[in-house]
Ligand binder design. Structure first.
Ligand SMILES: *[C@@H]1O[C@H](CO)[C@@H](O)[C@H](O)[C@H]1NC(C)=O
Length: 393
């Protein structure tokens, strides 16, 4: 409730403060819909889009975050700056929120008759599946959810499609950026509006470090700090992420045939330099969790454990097992994924799930600030033993 209220206040403040003049970027803009996955995926994609816009030297239009609520079949669009500060991003690259862009720049540089949507190749219309009408051969950027509701938030309709294959988003290597500039010069194409994020999931290795420019907004930071002060003892605490919902149980079944599932490169490396995913890494059991925590408790004077979970927080089981250590075990109630992420980011040690993109968000943030993190069941104990024996010889 408090959060909804803040959102209203935020919006009002923004429409007042947008009176200042916005300069047009002669190098153009990159715009996209974060149309795939939930927050964790969208955050990975965001870093990719930021790297891409930087590589092309175009201003990045900051899209709202797309959210799904059980009460509504349509997606909800939450302004970018509700969760994150815009200022720190500007230290790295030119950005503008989508509200501001649409209000102040779109009428002149991207009027309705010039709105072309970009996609790699044609996306068959969901409404006319199988039909081979000419009209179906475009991007169909607004077909389905969250696509339609996203662009409708800004009253954007497209008059045409542009398929950019075989160009790709990896602007860190070779002549890719030059090819984009050649094919889509900014004077002819001031806005590249993508139907999906110009970035990959998981985030490319080169863009991971950009997370340091992604800073929680003041309301999120304040909510996280207030929880820590009120609910946790005034002492170092461990933050843990337990990903264990039904969807996750099913996802973990793809191990071992998928060597690098979801965000696994964050611990296994982008080319599995550090091993293969294991079921325990994906779904650690109670023994693994307790053993990991006991080891940490021995190493430092922690007094509490903060648990974030999509399903089972295991509060009682953890408190019982750690009774001897006099440890307080807490969760945020009611839950709120963004505030939970911020709390995990502030913990003295973080333990996460290597496969999860939610964990990946926390890990990247902490890496950018030099804070320690570890993963359940990683490194694989058998491997660790082997390398220890190796060291001894
Ligand atoms: C990038 O664009 C900005 C502003 O449009 C310009 O000032 C700057 O020189 C450009 N940088 C490069 C490397 O072209």
């Amino acid at each position: 409730m408090l959060f909804v209220l803040t959102l209203v206040i935020f919006k009002t403040v923004f429409s007042i403060s947008s009176a200042e003049d916005v300069q047009v970027d002669p190098n153009g803009y990159v715009m996209y819909c974060p149309c795939m996955g939930r927050f964790g995926n969208q955050a990975d994609h965001f870093l990719g889009a930021l790297g891409f816009a930087h590589g092309l030297n175009r201003t990045l239009v900051l899209p709202p975050w797309v959210e799904y609520r059980p009460s509504d079949v349509k997606s909800h669009q939450v302004p970018f700056n509700f969760y994150f500060d815009v200022k720190p991003l500007e230290e790295f690259h030119r950005v503008i929120t989508m509200d501001k862009f649409m209000e102040e720049l779109a009428p002149t540089i991207w009027p309705p008759e010039k709105r072309i949507s970009f996609c790699y190749m044609s996306r068959n219309s969901i409404l006319n599946k199988g039909g081979q009408k000419e009209a179906d051969k475009g991007c169909n950027a607004k077909d389905g959810n969250p696509f339609g509701p996203f662009w409708d938030t800004f009253k954007i309709d497209f008059v045409g499609s542009e398929m950019y294959a075989p160009l790709h988003f990896d602007v860190h290597h070779g002549s890719t950026a030059a090819k984009w500039l050649k094919k889509y010069p900014p004077d002819k194409w001031p806005v590249l509006a993508f139907t999906g994020a110009p970035g990959s999931f998981p985030v490319q290795e080169e863009n991971r470090a950009l997370h340091r420019y992604l800073k929680w907004s003041e309301p999120v930071r304040a909510a996280a700090m207030s929880f820590i002060h009120k609910e946790l003892p005034n002492a170092p605490f461990i933050g843990i992420h337990l990903r264990n919902g039904m969807d996750w149980v099913r996802a973990c079944q793809h191990i071992p045939e998928t060597k690098n599932l979801f965000s696994a490169p964050q611990c296994l490396g982008y080319n599995n330099e550090f091993g293969l995913a294991t079921p325990a890494m994906c779904m650690p059991n109670k023994e693994i969790i307790i053993r990991h925590l006991r080891k940490l408790l021995k190493s430092s004077n922690y007094e509490s454990v903060f648990v974030a979970s999509d399903n089972n927080h295991m509060l009682k089981e953890l408190a019982n097992s750690l009774k001897k250590n006099n440890i307080v075990v807490k969760k945020l109630d009611p839950g709120n994924p963004h505030i939970e992420l911020a709390i995990l980011g502030m913990s003295n040690h973080f333990v996460g799930n290597c496969i999860s993109s939610f964990t990946a968000f926390v890990k990247r943030e902490r890496d950018s600030r030099g804070l320690p993190s570890s993963f359940w069941a990683f490194p694989d104990e058998r491997m660790a033993k082997k390398s220890m024996q190796h060291d001894e010889f």
